[in-house]
Ligand binder design. Structure first.
Ligand SMILES: *Cc1c(COP(=O)(O)O)cnc(C)c1O
Length: 367
């Protein structure tokens, strides 16, 4: 007599097939995001030819680069047999990931719970709830992981765990990931292979994908990760100690973590810059004025780092291009980073940093 056992998941293969198809169909209906050329001043008295590009991730249906991650995490969980019909899906998030995941959960008809710091912006909470997601708050951002795990155990649900799975759920070799898309869209530019790509790290997934892709395609491009105050990534990178814990919440939504996340891969990062929070805010305001549209604070961090590298290239007489990300829209932060009252109450004064930016725009030099 032969024995036979089957996993409960086998019975739901038809449901999983349909779920994967729905996600793939959604991707097929969607267009790629734009690569915008940032208008650098032409008046600089240098002989170098520099260009800056912004990969505009705000045009995803759910408004941020987390749309890519949410799609990858759902496909990864479905194809691993971790999610089936009626599974409650849970995530630890500072907001943007949960907004995108709530969209996919609703698409598949699954209950969704976002575990988030109580400081998460009201706009993001509204976006999650309007898609049928539930928000569950903790007081400190370092508590989100354990609380998400606890809820998963309690509900028999699945914890997507972006901070662990971001680097492995994403196809780093291609499949139109963010890196492949950038290099393809740069194809007809004067300097098609960027000298630098500048990104922030939340999960670290975006920097891991770009860093791996650069090596795989053997590009000379270097990857710079910009990091805000209170984050463990920069001190860990600088000291080589992966156990650094700050235990403090970042004030720049989307980037900077109280611990070094498993998806952050320091070995593919060529350089890190620590950016003061007031400088990130000043740069977000600055870009808003130049582009005529508000951008989120992590885009400010990106721009601060990109400007610093461009000024360095100008000082060295080196022509070339730099690419960074417009990670999400500033419309999500009208009551926070774009409110003077909020900035004052959080001790953030962008005025000094604004002068550094003005000097860069005027002369191409970094003060
Ligand atoms: C998540 C996020 C980032 C960082 O991306 P990771 O791939 O998670 O490192 C940057 N900006 C915003 C607005 C984000 O939501």
């Amino acid at each position: 007599m032969s024995a036979s056992a089957s996993s409960a998941c086998c019975q739901s293969r038809a449901w999983v097939d349909s779920a994967v198809r729905l996600i793939e169909a959604d991707a097929r209906r969607s267009a790629d995001t734009h690569l915008l050329r940032y208008p650098l001043p032409t008046s600089w008295s240098t002989d170098v030819d520099l260009a800056l590009y912004l990969k505009d991730e705000t045009t995803h249906i759910t408004g941020s680069l987390k749309h890519r991650l949410a799609r990858s995490l759902f496909l990864y969980a479905l194809c691993n047999g971790w999610i089936s019909e009626n599974t409650t899906v849970i995530e630890a998030s500072s907001g943007s990931t949960a907004v995108s995941e709530a969209y996919f959960a609703a698409m598949l008809g699954l209950p969704f719970i976002a575990v988030m710091p109580a400081t998460t912006s009201a706009t993001k909470i509204a976006l999650i709830e309007s898609q049928g997601g539930r928000c569950h708050f903790v007081t400190e951002s370092a508590q989100v992981y354990a609380e998400a795990q606890r809820l998963a155990a309690e509900t028999g649900g699945h914890y997507l765990d972006q901070f662990t799975n971001a680097e492995r759920a994403t196809d780093w070799r291609g499949n139109n990931n963010i890196a492949e898309s950038i290099f393809d869209q740069m194809g007809q530019e004067t300097h098609p292979v960027p000298d630098w790509i500048v990104v922030g790290a939340g999960t670290g997934g975006t920097s891991a994908t770009i860093g791996r892709y650069i090596r795989y395609r053997r590009h000379p491009t270097r990857l710079c990760v910009v990091d805000p105050e209170n984050s463990a990534f920069f001190p860990s990178y600088a000291s080589g100690d992966s156990q650094v814990v700050t235990g403090r919440s970042s004030r720049i939504e989307g980037i900077g973590r109280p611990r070094v996340e498993p998806s952050f891969l320091p070995d593919v990062v060529d350089r890190m810059l620590s950016v003061p929070d007031a400088a990130s805010v000043a740069a977000a305001h600055h870009v808003g004025r130049v582009l005529g549209r508000r951008v989120g604070p992590s885009t400010g961090t990106n721009i601060w780092g990109a400007f610093e590298l461009l000024a360095e290239m100008a000082a060295q007489g080196r022509s070339g291009s730099v690419v960074t990300l417009l990670a999400d829209s500033g419309d999500r932060y009208a009551d926070t980073y774009f409110s003077e009252e909020w900035l004052t109450s959080h001790g953030l004064d962008p005025s000094e940093s604004a002068e550094v930016l003005s000097e860069f725009e005027r002369s191409g030099r970094w003060a």
